[in-house]
Design a protein around this ligand. Sequence first.
Ligand code: PEP
Ligand code: MN
Length: 348
Amino acid sequence: MLVVMRNDATDEDIAAVVSAIEKIGHKAETIPGKNRSVVGIVGNDGSVDGAPFEGMEGVKEVVPITSPFKLVSREWNPTDTLVRVSDDVVFGGNAIQIIAGPCSVESEEQIMETARAVSAAGATVLRGGAYKPRSSPYSFQGLGVEGLKLLAQAREETGLKIISEAIDPESVDEVAEYADIIQIGSRNMHNFSLLKKAGRSRVPIMLKRGMASTITELLLSAEYLLAEGNNQVILCERGVRGFDSTTRNVFDLAAIPVIKRLSHLPVVADPSHGTGVRDLVRPMSRAAIAAGADGVMIEVHPNPSAALSDGAQSLYVSDLNSLVGEMKQVAAAIEREIAPQVVETGRT
Ligand code: PEP
Ligand code: MN
């Protein structure tokens, strides 16, 4: 429930509403607005009777929140949240960010060559898994902290921001120490202890949709992050399981505008995992931008056939340049732009 204050409401009026909410055992969160403040009730599971608030001094109206999630909903916050990775790299504004890099960090040569290429092509964020949540325990599990250090070295040289995955609560602090964005992967979207731990960190988080999860479930998982105090959250559509093995997943393009209607959080599309097929990444990257994505994450590798994970869906590093050119044209058609390359070096 939201208690919307009148534009002439005083600080005392707002404080009285907050204390009335606390008196009935709930938490109040004040959202200051340009014209009027809103006081939201958090921590309640069922509905709260709004009638007692309607008669209070300075209150304009009481609006029930109809969605099962609150803090992530547009009802709670109608304006788009900007996720500020740095002054130059912001998700959720007019500029669309390109995240690119290998599925896994494999070696210094591999990550440095990829970083230089994706930076030259116009990406602003370098991806690379150091901890890999593999379906099989016999598959490459990642280089761990060595992989994070290599990513940091690539950031140092290129100025690219870096994103890497935390696979359990124990790895959150370590990933947060090196990366600019913590990724929570599809297999972990319902790992609530990981979500709670990541929500307590102050590093931006990209939460990927579970491969068998509804949009509502994705938004409820994001609610865990915001409920712990981290509102710097990017959501990622990466496809869901279907019945047709022509593609690895069913890339749910419609999820992009749906999430943007339901939530104020930025949305990134991942056509690499969404399709699993190199040739489909190009058309689906263009489509994701047309659908309103605030960023696109693309797997690229200097030698995909030798990749230790996801080679079949990885672009050759040399493919990215022309794809970014096409994405610029699509972005221009909807009056957006692809974010300019980051020129400064080091972490901000
Ligand atoms: C990844 O981005 O490296 C990854 C493992 O993706 P997902 O969690 O979507 O499968
Ligand atoms: Mn991958």
